[in-house]
Design a protein around this ligand. Structure first.
Ligand SMILES: [Zn+2]
Length: 271
């Protein structure tokens, strides 16, 4: 339990550190190198397009990250308490934790309805209320990391005169640059960017894989918790499963980080 609590602190710190390093590299290294391009036109300069795209991806990733943290999954204890006419928070919570689909998370110290999993990077449980923001967080983190890999590779290609045209160039970059770093041909800052390329690429692929698996579970109407426990769910149309998580304002949620107020879950709550 102590290790899990430690992970609950270390993982968000790791995410914030990587985000800060990425921002610094993008704003102070990659963008200035693009401004030096003499062939660029002022209106559609690569620096302006690059800056706009990176800000869009990172604003969505960070915005959804904050929304996942701020929006806790519904507490069945609260519902149970209201239904019982105010029998006391402890009684309602204990009763709520026994409801089907509810799970008590020892790290968050609360039971949640339609519990999916506890996310260590956000330090919060993922459930019906914050699932859409969590999916968007994974998607935009993946895109921001993969985009940073491309921007970083373009920067390294310019400063070290390396071509990435060969399919194996990315794989052989690290061993070659390590030997060149120790011989003094590659600067410390350039070596740091090369290491970050692999980190961004790894995080980008991991987030994309996680996002795809999560979407597959949503289409099936399952939660990760149900899969782990071997719970068989009643088959429902995939459109309904999608609407339950993404709500009616799904297109707006794809473009900007907003709360999922149009989902079936919130409609049921309002009744
Ligand atoms: Zn939790």
């Amino acid at each position: 339990m102590l290790i899990l609590r430690l992970l609950n602190v270390v993982a968000p710190a790791y995410f914030v550190s990587i985000s800060l390093v990425t921002f610094v590299l993008q704003l102070f290294l990659f963008l200035p190198s693009m401004l030096e391009d003499p062939s660029a036109t002022p209106l559609f300069s690569p620096a302006l397009l690059h800056g706009g795209l990176f800000l869009f991806l990172s604003a969505n990733a960070l915005g959804n990250y904050i929304l996942v943290i701020r929006t806790s999954p519904e507490d069945p204890g609260t519902c149970g308490n209201v239904a019982a006419g105010g029998a006391g928070p402890g009684a309602g919570r204990a009763e709520g934790a026994r409801k089907p689909g509810a799970h008590f998370c020892r790290l968050c110290s609360r039971a949640t309805l339609r519990h999916d999993h506890h996310c260590f990077f956000t330090g919060n449980c993922i459930g019906s209320r914050n699932m859409r923001n969590f999916i968007m967080f994974c998607l935009y983190t993946s895109l921001a990391c993969l985009y940073s890999t491309v921007a970083g590779a373009a920067y390294i290609s310019t400063v070290l005169s390396i071509s990435f045209a060969h399919p194996l160039a990315f794989l052989t970059l690290l061993p070659h640059s390590i030997s060149q770093f120790f011989s003094g041909a590659v600067l410390g800052s350039e070596m740091f960017v090369i290491l970050m390329l692999y980190l961004w690429f790894g995080i980008g692929l991991a987030c994309a894989g996680f996002c795809c698996h999560q979407l597959l579970l949503i289409l099936r109407g399952q939660t990760r918790h149900q899969v782990r426990k071997g719970v068989i769910v009643r088959a429902r149309p995939w459109r309904r499963n999608l609407q339950e998580v993404f709500g009616k304002r799904w297109l707006l949620g794809l473009l900007i980080p907003v709360l999922n107020v149009g989902s079936e879950y919130h409609q049921q709550k309002d009744k």
